[in-house]
Design a binder for this molecule. Sequence first.
Ligand code: ADP
Ligand code: ZN
Ligand code: MG
Length: 465
Amino acid sequence: MLYWVFMKTYYPTIGLEIHAELSTASKMFCSCKNDPDETRPNVNICPICMAHPGTLPVANKEAIRKVITVGLALGANIADFSEFDRKNYFYPDIPKGYQISQYKYPIVSGGSLNGFAITRIHLEEDTGLSKHDRGDFTLVDYNRAGVPLMELVTEPVIHSASDAASFARELQLLLRTLGVSEANLEKGEMRVEPNISLSDDPSKFGTKVEVKNLNSFKSVEKAIEYELARMQALYEAGRADEIVQETRGWDENKQSTFSQRSKENANDYRYFPDPDLPKMKLHSAFDLETMKMELPELPDAKRARYISLGVKAADAEIFVYNAELAKFFEEVIKGKDAAFTQTASNYIINDIKAELPNVEHFAELIGMVQAGEITSRGAKDLLVEIITTPASPKAIATQKGLLQQNDPEALKAIVLQVIADNAKIVADYRAGKEAAIQGLVGQVMKLSKGSANPGLALQLLKDTI
Ligand code: ADP
Ligand code: ZN
Ligand code: MG
């Protein structure tokens, strides 16, 4: 019997809301220290961030500058007019009863990252940190209350879990490159909240849910996949009406999401402009042209430049993520040609382990590889030596007998020794077993501690036998 199986197509849509704590010296509206590493509770607090009556907030210009920097790096529009609004709600981690945020006039709008359109970036203050795990009561640490927090919102234009995770990774890299945020997910310095929907009709969106409590990129990806599968199963069971707009949490142990609360609307928050803070005219308060010129090289530009230098794409990626290694690479290749650059990149990526060698010594070593003064085997040994010894690579190589022996006279002695020590293999070779000679080459390499030129060794062995 034949069945027609109609495989329905589903259309996933994802939009991201990403918060990042800005690494400023002080908090957003007071002069308390902004120190994410402070472990003692409630030491970085003052009457302003604790909302004592009669206190007034003063905006932190450095935080505004950092948000503008991110906007410029993303090719976004920087608003001329901007203001702060009060987002009203009651929760113990928000001492004022409202959070100072931005509603109608975000500092940044537009721009894109990884090809995905960004809606806006606004600036707000972080909340205190509630600790629910100490018994049947909750403790609140207000060190974090009032820390500057940027929120980036994307358009609903992402269509896969992996693209969503890549976007978040790229943003983390960008924030670190710009020196705007440490952006560690595990430390809560960066928080990624995906909005997810699934539709069976490409002309309209499905009902979205928002997932919170994700503290790794892996969890972001897993949670989105979980939600899309959950929604698809509901569609297929004819229960799509059970997909409701809500906030869901991620259970790391169960690797699943659970319903937390139904989503509130913006008008529930009664947003209104904060009368305590002056309106902002950003185009005159900041020199945007200069800020744009002073942007560091962005990850994407760096990738492209390294690849154009002949660095393999995967290796360029490693450099882009490791600023220290990239800086070392740049110093090593200064004024060198393409061949040197590629060899240096290969050795740095593949052979340098924990510790970086001295730049000049490393460059000299790469020069020796290029000149054929040392084999790749010898170069690896030498690399280990130059990290622990201050002497020059050439001196060490000479002393340790690592220089490639291109001199037939010098190699001859080793070849004769190997022939004398391996009568059986020599006999096999003479009897017509061609491959046997490779074993002898191996012996020559071993006896020369890898310094013999293998081609020359082979030639000498053939000539001698
Ligand atoms: P809300 O008013 O619920 O906060 P927004 O329109 O402000 O919703 O969007 C919040 C985030 O949700 C944005 O990143 C946006 O791209 C995303 N989003 C909006 N609609 C959908 C949808 N149907 N599916 C997935 N993401 C969506
Ligand atoms: Zn304070
Ligand atoms: Mg919204």
